[in-house]
Write a protein that binds this ligand. Structure first.
Ligand SMILES: *Cc1c(COP(=O)(O)O)cnc(C)c1O
Length: 397
């Protein structure tokens, strides 16, 4: 029996282990100099004013909503077609999520679907780059900016993706990233907020650390320098959403691998597209294109997301079961929050594209160290599960 093929596996080398060990040996393991270095490196890589590290993308979204002034009585437009954390964050601040439908080609909100869902109480939109496919932030901002609606980008999946030549998230007032092991770049758990104004970054740093006016790291630096002790004040309700220096040490190494990760994923995704071309009714979601077919962004293929059209011969859930029995960990496509019991009481307009996409899609294994022979095995089993005869000359070519 050959080894099970996972849907995702982090790519770590000895450098990550050494960086984590070095943080431990230094004696500074909580938020400190390595978090600050990771933030600077991330902000530089994205070309943004500031980056603030936090404990996850979920807590990143929570803090951005607070910083955007969203609270009880406000509506926030979100896609239902997203990991549930996107909608949950809206409820953390006492606001109401309003589900908007998505573009069936990309799985993302568009200016038109946001416009259809907004109400007089809409204060913000959370635009998700689903599966790493960049949403059209420019078009959504062209709608929202004149209306005073803040656009927050949930770029949890989109480190290494681009929109019109810029890193995904770099054009937003706030963008939130995840470093969970299901994402490209990981440090176990962790998140980052990027912002376009330094003063917003300073507020986010206070909010993530109990609302303290002076960080523990700054107080320690003052003590070591022999300066007068710095006395902190607590000016607003804060949280403990800190990242540790052990995580940041790993994150810094991973950031240096990002280009290689994206390049390898794009290569493997193109190979999947070629090898699966013989399956009727199948589409692998790739770079977003405008009306004349020109790509306006690039995806990092965070997810190898397949849409099963009407001509596809099998039911999605049967495909998942057969692939699993063959030792291949595939996953259902992106979830839809409005279909979950936690959102049963949330009213919403019809969401036809969302419901089709969540029902008729699945995610295939794709990870940096995946070999071509592992990928061939997935392809062979996929043809078998779909009951389609494969052209053996194609596989392994
Ligand atoms: C993974 C994910 C999150 C949550 O990220 P965590 O770091 O696990 O909190 C939020 N939004 C989207 C779109 C995601 O894919």
């Amino acid at each position: 029996m050959s080894e099970r093929i996972p849907v995702m596996r982090p790519w770590f080398g000895p450098e990550e282990a050494e960086a984590a060990a070095e943080a431990v040996r230094s004696g500074w393991v909580a938020q400190g100099p390595r978090v600050a270095a990771f933030e600077r490196a991330f902000a530089e890589r994205l070309g943004v004013a500031d980056a603030v590290a936090v404990s996850s993308c979920t807590t990143a979204l929570h803090l951005t909503l607070i910083a955007a002034g969203v609270g009880p009585g406000d509506h926030v437009v979100v896609p239902s077609l997203s990991f549930i954390a996107t909608a949950n964050a809206v409820r953390y601040v006492g606001a109401a999520p309003v589900f908007a439908d998505v573009d069936p080609a990309t799985g993302n909100l568009t200016a038109a679907t946001v416009d259809a869902a907004r109400t007089p109480a809409t204060r913000a939109v959370i635009l998700v780059d689903q599966g790493g496919v960049p949403a059209d932030l420019d078009a959504v901002r062209a709608l929202c900016d004149p209306l005073g609606i803040v656009v927050i980008e949930d770029a949890a999946c989109a480190a290494g993706s681009t929109l019109r030549g810029r890193p995904a998230g770099a054009g937003a007032a706030f963008a939130a990233y995840s470093f969970h092991p299901r994402k490209l770049l990981t440090c176990g758990e962790g998140g980052m907020v990027t912002v376009d104004r330094p003063e917003v970054g300073a507020r986010l740093r206070r909010l993530r650390e109990h609302g303290m006016s002076v960080s523990a790291a700054d107080r320690d630096a003052a003590d070591r320098g022999g300066a007068a002790p710095m006395l902190e004040t607590y000016d607003e309700l804060g949280f403990n959403y800190r990242m540790t220096d052990v995580q940041a040490a790993i994150g810094l190494v991973q950031l240096g691998r990002l280009d290689a990760m994206v390049a390898r994923r794009r290569e493997l995704a193109d190979r999947y597209r070629r090898l699966l071309a013989g399956v009727p009714g199948l589409r692998l979601v790739g770079d977003p294109v405008d009306a004349d077919g020109t790509a306006y962004g690039t995806t990092n293929y965070q997810a190898c997301w397949l849409l099963l059209g009407p001509e596809f011969p099998e039911r999605r859930d049967d495909m998942l079961a057969r692939l699993s029995a063959a030792g291949i960990s595939a996953r259902r496509g992106i979830m839809a929050a409005h279909l979950e019991p936690a959102y049963a009481d949330t009213p919403h307009a019809p969401l036809p594209a969302t419901e089709t996409l969540t029902r008729e899609s699945l995610i295939l294994p794709l990870f940096h160290e995946m070999t071509e022979s592992q990928q061939d095995r997935v392809v062979v089993e996929f043809y078998a599960a779909a009951g389609v005869a494969a052209d053996p000359a194609e596989v392994g070519a």
